[in-house]
Design a protein around this ligand. Structure first.
Ligand SMILES: [Mn+2]
Length: 362
């Protein structure tokens, strides 16, 4: 398909006042205007998208005069700390924070996919019937599949390249003043991390228009890139070496994976946070359609990160094993030993790969 620039720009959603979600965005905005105290949160093991989204909106709400706190279930990776010079991001401590939470008029949660990924914050928000807004671009799994949506305002757009993109659209439509440079840096980080620096299949005209808009505000793409991606630590590089050494293949090389046991992490003096980009790395191998990294968190806890080249959706496999995610980028976190998980997972991925049609690339 060939488009003109005008067509590409014309087709891209760049605000929240048009499109299917427009009525929900304006109801959400009314709720924001009325709210005095607002809680913001994102998923466990937060990424650049969740963190960038919540920091941008946090600044916006603070400038609106709201009493706002970011309370997350787990620590932010050190590479994103530059986005939070004021230390707005806090880890939720039930004993300390539950009374504050009870008094919230609204909670806005970002990039979840599964509400359970909020951990205790989510449990307490439900327990105390806090009005909830979910801003997300994931298919809704886990909690929603069993209980229905937990959200009063369901701001979910699967076609959005990042959750930060939805926040950007909201700010463009409903914020009176210009987006500030600190907000723009946070949103740009959300965008680059979720599109793999504009490489992944979700990179569309909207992603590039958003980048241009944020650069117009003053974002310097290389500075963000350098801070996020040119910070590999020695343990990360050592762990990458371990990964490369232990990649295994099946289904004529269409499925490739690596198991990182606790022992292998220990030898590299690395931990789970050092896995960033590893499954994408395996996907870049010629002929590989499905890539997986299986990590032993503890003897009875395993985490799997999966990527597909974009012909074979793998989130159904993730769901089947208690995980979820995007069609071509999904994961599983399960209370089972890694060898068990591997024994179930690889045949499922091989069966998937058997559907691959070489000639059509589908
Ligand atoms: Mn995301």
């Amino acid at each position: 398909m060939v488009f003109t620039i005008e067509e590409l720009i014309g087709n891209a959603q760049t605000d929240a006042s048009s499109g299917e979600l427009a009525p929900v965005w304006s109801q959400f905005h009314e709720a924001v205007e009325k709210a005095g105290r607002i809680l913001l949160s994102t998923h466990e093991n937060p990424d650049g998208d969740g963190i960038g989204s919540q920091l941008a909106i946090c600044e916006h709400f603070k400038r609106m005069g709201k009493e706002v706190r970011i309370l997350n279930g787990s620590q932010i990776p050190p590479v994103y700390e530059f986005l939070d010079p004021n230390g707005w991001i806090e880890i939720y401590d039930r004993d300390r924070d539950v009374d504050w939470l009870k008094g919230c008029d609204l909670a806005v949660v970002f990039d979840l996919g599964d509400f359970r990924r909020l951990l205790k914050v989510g449990e307490d928000l439900l327990e105390h019937n806090i009005e909830l807004a979910g801003i997300d671009h994931h298919p809704q799994m886990g909690y929603a599949a069993v209980n229905g949506t937990p959200y009063n305002f369901s701001l979910i757009d699967f076609s959005a390249p990042s959750t930060g993109t939805l926040v950007w659209q909201y700010l463009r439509s409903f914020r009176q003043e210009k987006i500030t440079l600190s907000m723009a840096d946070a949103l740009y980080t959300a965008l680059v991390t979720d599109t793999g620096s504009f490489k992944y299949d979700n990179t569309d005209a909207r992603a590039h228009l958003m980048a241009v808009d944020l650069m117009r505000i003053g974002v310097h793409p290389y500075l963000i890139h350098m801070r996020v991606y040119e910070q590999r630590t020695h343990p990360q590089v050592k762990l990458l070496g371990t990964l490369i050494k232990h990649i295994e293949y099946s289904a004529d090389g269409r499925v490739a994976w690596c198991v990182l046991t606790e022992e292998r992490f220990k030898l590299a003096q690395a931990d789970l946070e050092d896995l960033e980009g590893f499954s994408e790395f395996i996907r870049t191998i010629k002929g590989v359609q499905i890539a997986a990294v299986i990590s032993e968190v503890s003897p009875n806890k395993t985490r799997v990160s999966m990527r597909s080249k974009g012909s074979l959706p793998i989130n159904d496999v993730a769901e089947k094993m208690g995980g979820g995610g995007h069609p071509f980028a999904a994961g599983i976190s399960t209370e089972r030993p890694w060898a068990d998980v591997l024994a179930e997972l690889i045949p499922l991925l091989e069966a998937k790969a058997a559907q691959f049609n070489e000639a059509e690339g589908i």
